[in-house]
Design a protein around this ligand. Structure first.
Ligand SMILES: Cc1cc2nc3c(=O)[nH]c(=O)nc-3n(C[C@H](O)[C@H](O)[C@H](O)COP(=O)(O)O)c2cc1C
Length: 191
């Protein structure tokens, strides 16, 4: 494990084409340490709102199965998401609700790091604390610090290319990914 690249799944909580969070997620491979290989998670768009009765009748939805398989296969997960109304965007929360219903919950003992970009002053921090709470309830192992909040996101990304142009933000993301690699490897060693 010590010399193997970590397989890190990146989940984006925004479905918007010109999403700042999706742009941040696309930047991660360039900022990650060499010991990490990042790949995008399958989309959860199209997943119906979780309904226990439909779950009982039809089983786990195929979109949820594909999403959960990707999480289970990864060594670690980074979630990059906006904040909606001071909390987790409904689509992402719904996908987590589906994931929590699997017999083998894919987030259990999975190292998870959070990042958020928001146009406001708090950079999605309230969403992150709610996400931390939900994921802890299904036994994910959450990285504490460093935290990544991209505040006033419209000023941090190039208006045309959406490239993350703000150097202090790039440095902060790099620092978090370096810490996250160490955190995830410690967990992998313990099994
Ligand atoms: C439904 C909705 C709710 C929002 N609520 C918040 C909020 O609570 N806090 C915040 O900082 N920004 C909020 N915003 C603004 C988002 O930060 C902004 O739209 C951001 O660009 C969304 O991320 P994205 O670019 O990755 O899609 C909200 C946006 C939407 C569409």
């Amino acid at each position: 494990m010590a010399d193997k690249q970590l397989d890190v799944l990146v989940i984006c909580g925004s479905l918007r084409k010109r999403s700042y969070n999706a742009a941040l997620a696309r930047t991660l491979p360039a900022l990650a340490p060499p010991g990490m290989a990042l790949r995008a998670a399958p989309s959860f768009a199209g997943l119906p709102v979780y309904n226990f009765d439909e779950h009982q009748a039809d089983g786990i939805h195929p979109i949820a199965i594909a999403w959960c398989d990707a999480i289970r296969a990864a060594d670690a997960v980074v979630i990059v998401s906006p904040e909606y109304n001071w909390s987790i965007p409904g689509g992402l929360k719904n996908a987590i609700d589906w994931a929590s219903r699997l017999k083998e919950v894919p987030f259990a003992r999975k190292p998870v790091a959070l990042q958020s970009a928001a146009t406001g002053l708090l950079g999605g921090s309230r969403m992150q604390y709610h996400l931390r709470q939900s994921l802890t309830s299904i036994d994910a192992l959450m990285l504490g610090k460093p935290e990544v909040f991209v505040t006033f996101s419209a000023k941090k990304f190039d208006e045309k290319t959406l490239e993350l142009s703000d150097q202090p933000t790039r440095d902060m993301v790099k620092l978090q990914l370096e810490s996250f690699e160490k955190f995830a490897r410690r967990i992998a060693l313990k099994g």
